[in-house]
Write a new protein. Structure first.
Length: 250
């Protein structure tokens, strides 16, 4: 059986012996996971390397990173929730506007459907036949206008909540990855920072690999892109910590 597919037995007597259903990844789930996890890794790694560059004690590194974990995970979850809720409200408002226009100026809405179909290459009888069938079905007409005229994707009622949970949880996981070594290295902050960099790089690479696996990217390129983007924040944090430490004599 092909990966990502399940077979469903057909009802007795049906001429179709098997019905194949194929599972597809949800783009919002992937983007929410990458957003939260990458932000968590970059944020805490930057804090850790900045504090280590300024010769800060391991206990202070832990406290600062844990404080950032709490604040950042709540903030990221809230942003994901409110931004997705705004997209849903926009979608619903546009649905009402399209419904009103389909009722009040159907000839204009029909012309907009025609314009899209013409861009797709339909002409003559094929164009008129497809146009008539679409506009004869109000649900299909509305869905067509939302997707292909306005370029809007349906946002379900529970999506804001799901987005908030996913982003918040993945942010926490992302924070813990570079922070974990400091629970075991004692006072050796440089060892902890070194392990944090390695763990962060591996996690970022695996995230890029997974993204490429379910999209059209190349896994090696995606993996190293994630590393470069993610570790850039850590390098910035280290540079700031080093400069501040040198300037203040810490």
């Amino acid at each position: 059986m092909a990966a990502g597919r399940t077979s469903v037995a057909a009802p007795p007597g049906s001429p179709i012996q098997q019905v194949w259903t194929e599972a597809h990844p949800k783009p919002t789930l992937l983007s929410d996971f990458i957003l939260g996890s990458q932000d968590g890794i970059v944020n805490v790694l930057g804090i850790i390397l900045g504090l280590v560059a300024a010769h800060t004690a391991a206990k202070i590194v832990l406290v600062a990173a844990l404080a950032a974990l709490g604040a950042e995970s709540i903030a990221m979850a809230a942003v994901a929730y409110t931004s997705t809720r705004s997209r849903r409200r926009l979608y619903l408002a546009e649905v009402q506007r399209e419904l009103r226009e389909m009722k009040e100026v159907p000839h204009l809405e029909r012309q907009e459907v025609r314009d899209v179909l013409v861009k797709w290459g339909y002409t003559g009888a094929d164009l008129e036949g497809l146009l008539d069938r679409l506009c004869a079905n109000p649900k299909a007409w509305l869905e067509f206008m939302m997707a292909f005229e306005l370029g809007l994707t349906r946002v379900e009622e529970d999506e804001p909540r799901k987005s908030g949970y996913i982003v918040g949880a993945s942010t926490i996981v992302g924070h813990l990855i570079p922070l974990a070594p400091f629970f075991f290295v004692g006072a050796d902050v440089f060892l902890g920072a070194s392990i944090a960099i390695v763990l962060s790089a591996i996690t970022l690479f695996m995230t890029g690999w997974y993204e490429a696996k379910i999209t059209s990217g190349r896994w090696l390129v995606n993996g190293f892109q994630m590393i470069l983007i993610g570790l850039g924040g850590g390098i910035a944090g280290y540079a700031i910590g080093y400069l501040v430490g040198a300037a203040t004599g810490i």
